[in-house]
Design a protein around this ligand. Sequence first.
Ligand SMILES: Cc1ncc(COP(=O)(O)O)c(C=O)c1O
Length: 478
Amino acid sequence: MNAPFPLGGRVAGPRLAELLGDWRRNGSRQGAGDLAAAVRLCVLDGRLLPGTRLPAEREVAESLGVSRTLIGSALDRLRSEGLVASRQGAGSWITAPEAEAFEPAGADLDLIDLTRAAPPAVPGLLGAMDAARSTLTPELLDTGYLVRGLPILRERIARRYTERGLPTDPDQIVVTGGAQNAFAIVLRALTSPGDRVLLEQPCYPNTPEAIRAASILPVVVAVDPEVGWDVTGIEAALRQAGPRLAYFVVDFHNPTGLRMPVEQREHLAAVLANTRTLAVVDETVAELGLEEDGEPVPPLAAFAGDWAITIGSAAKSHWGGLRLGWLRASEELVGRIVSARHSLDLGSPVFEQLVLAELLAADHILSRRRAVIRPRRDALVAAVREHCPEWTFRIPEGGLSLWCKLPEPMSTRLSVAAVNHGVRIVPGARFGVHGGLERWLRLPYTQEADRLDEAVRRLGLAASALRPAPRVTESTVT
Ligand SMILES: Cc1ncc(COP(=O)(O)O)c(C=O)c1O
């Protein structure tokens, strides 16, 4: 549906520049076309929402360091595509894209969407729904408002932690509407506008979005995709900035796939205690380890105790459509968190919780999930080696995506070009708290192997069309 007038917030010039990333082809004289393509990509992957008001042309020109004429002609293109609307006095704003505006130029190509690192539902889901239906009747006699979650589900989640080496009481668990909702609830309970939160870079993009929405300032520490975490650097940042919370994904980090080794967990736990910092540990894909003989690694909270609030999710292990996750914290913190939750939501749907309780009772579901994903990871690795041999990566021991290093900074341009080759990808810049990461690209391996191979083949074509042809000098002309 098109937004007939600006309904949303306003994006500031510097933020727009961050969102657009490295949009300009070196030496290009097609600047307006590149800029329009980069805006189109931001709309396509949800970074610029319909109704968002754009800054004045002068401000955009200043923030991007280009002429007003170029901005004017990029806006003309976007208006003619129906992506931007303008009115005197109201300025310009994003309108909802018409579906056909995003049809790949390669006419009959079906679009392969690699923007989400999320698999479809586990096969046992329908059976779990049938079983849940037979346990629903007693719940119907109650109100259905369960701000901490259904007791049987909290018991099963607690048991999973205990089995993973982190003894847990069901009273330490709160069921939420997914990990993202769990993070929002924690922010609501424990932070105030103007506070700081330490984040990793690269980072799962919705985390910095959530902290910005709560008017919290990010303090960023780098995670090196080849080396991992720098706990000494994290300690220095904690001492210097004194953030209210620190957010970590130490199990198959999204997007790098890294897993923090046990000795580093011990070190980080000691740092958290010494600096008195509460950590939010996002374990969304922690149970998707793909190495069959991999040593079990206890959760960070097993070392950090009450300094860790762990958040988890059924989205990747079972199905995103359940919209269920949870958080685990000390009983004292759980009390504070639950009180703060009332201003956000009043609990999660009861039927879905019964379904998840059924699924968690069946141990084989997760091992089958891993057995399906493992060959997909291997197929993606083989496809990148074949079709994009210049791209480099570390093979992740778990999780759902490959973090590829490109031969040159081109991730945003590649994402734009890829649509014309029938593939949607998220550029590396999206995982930068302040943009950047143009040399990186996340490729999820959640789809079937032949589809992944076809997607990477198309990406290889898109990438070679972007690379400048070798210069022909006089000495090479014969
Ligand atoms: C690290 C991380 N946290 C949170 C989420 C969101 O999880 P949910 O769907 O449970 O809200 C994701 C989803 O990809 C993720 O990768």
